[in-house]
Design a protein around this ligand. Structure first.
Ligand SMILES: [Zn+2]
Length: 149
């Protein structure tokens, strides 16, 4: 569990890239959003966590959906994730006891919305790795933990 709190480890990124097909900033952001949910909610077993993701349906933003599926275990195949169209990326995660909203910080939103369209693959990878090293507090906000009825 060392370093898990603020960093996405390189092994997880590699596996996620195999699943998703390429490395990009939104994939990494999605990984971190899902990880934060698991760390905050500490679900009991495979079926205790479910998610709703609001995202654009188009890459690059929608790449985050794969990151979230990969790190949270909430997947389309298991039926414990729903995706809603929205230009603003965010996700809610629920266990039987708690629910939270996870979203990127304003700073990260600004950074990602100004990505050059014709970024080279090498630069995109470098940017993704940089994002993977940003501490949670600067990358995402987690709010709204509460006990549902
Ligand atoms: Zn992608």
């Amino acid at each position: 569990m060392t370093e898990k709190k603020t960093r996405t480890d390189i092994k997880m990124i590699r596996s996620a890239v195999k699943f998703h097909g390429h490395l990009g900033p939104f994939l990494v952001l999605g990984l971190r959003m899902g990880l934060a949910a698991v760390q905050t909610l500490r679900p009991h077993g495979l079926h205790d966590l479910s998610a709703t993701v609001w995202s654009s349906r188009n890459p690059p933003q929608s790449c985050a959906i794969d990151g979230i599926q990969f790190s949270s275990g909430c997947t389309l195949g298991k039926g414990n994730i729903r995706v809603r169209s929205s230009p603003m990326l965010r996700a809610s995660f629920r266990t039987r006891k708690k629910s939270i909203i996870v979203k990127p910080t304003e700073k990260i939103n600004r950074m990602l919305s100004t990505l050059p369209k014709n970024e080279t693959q090498a630069r995109l990878r470098a940017r993704s790795i940089r994002i993977s090293k940003i501490p949670d507090k600067d990358l995402i906000t987690v709010t709204g933990s509460h006990q549902p009825q």
